[in-house]
Design a protein around this ligand. Sequence first.
Ligand SMILES: Cc1ncc(COP(=O)(O)O)c(C=O)c1O
Length: 387
Amino acid sequence: MPSNKTVVQTMSQQSPIRTLGPVSAFALGSGTEPEGHPAGKPIDLGLGEPTRDPFSGALAWASLGVQGVNHYYPALGLDKLRSLIMERYYPKVGTDDHTVLVTHGAINGLDLIFRAFVTPGDEVLVADTGFPPYLKLAQFARASLKTYSLRGDASGFHFNVRSIIDGLTPRTRVLIVNAPHNPTGACLDERQIRQLRRALDNYPNVLLVSDEVYSEVLIGASQHLTLGGLSDRCLVVNSFSKSLALQGFRVGWILAPNSLGEALVPFFTNAIGAVSSLGQEIALRALSGSTGAASNYRRSVQLVSGILDDYGISYLMPAGGFFILIKVRDDMRACVGLRQLGVTVVPGSGFGHATRGWIRACFAKDDETLVAGFSRLAAGLIKLGEV
Ligand SMILES: Cc1ncc(COP(=O)(O)O)c(C=O)c1O
């Protein structure tokens, strides 16, 4: 049997998703400026971290009335929060056969699913290009990683269910679909979802994991179609990090069919204990008062597309999520150069082959940051000769 080290090395050699060398995509996008930076602290358009305040102002925070929370909360999450999530996000999914389990953000939900269901040698099928932790979670589980491609055209990247189906084999254990998709913003339509459901019927061993963290951040798309309830082998992960800008409180969830939910419970009771009481209380209040995030970001995207148009820079308008992709000559070089000019963005090659040659810029920022950041970005790309 190969050692862990060998398996991990073999996987990263085989993988079409490049694990960046000394400078990772996230380090480049983190906004930590190099020593003695000439432009001061770079404007951060890198990480997908919304900056709006969900409770608008310090006074509102102070009046939330969160008290008496210093005790262990239920391992699967507050009943009230679980019911509210079910009601709000999955009105058409039966509460008799599905359950919501509260996690430490979506990333923890993904981790628990891998721990509960993926064993060494299983295959995990993910998109090239995609959220880098999927690759790492597959490595941790000593699974073998396979990828499916998105279809690219002048209007952007789109899901190609044929390519997903072609990637399924009798050894596939987990298929991850992330829509709206990071970094491309691709969404799924009804026909594609029907095709996916039919494909599942032919592969009885496959669990479909639907990462829907951008479900409420819609730009070109008019609605989000959840995969929750699609099949008794479909698990949805989501969180309040993007929709309610509560990323620091680390509250997410898994929507699971009961049979799969039961297999996850031991991981909640033995590996998490319970998600932070304060985080859950805050999420409960934010969810009760939420009016949705989409309109906010539609306005932001108009602002930044106006700036890019003025500079003559072309970009892809996303269907969902809060990232714009811009084609450059060399994405790593462009990111390093832009950072020297005082703006951080993320290289597309950090997400996979398909977005090599693109940079990803986040528009979930306040207007002032967007105007300063995207103007600097556009002028910088021209100066660097990257567009
Ligand atoms: C596709 C995707 N899934 C999951 C996450 C993690 O979300 P959370 O903050 O809820 O852990 C992110 C964060 O950037 C993401 O882009």
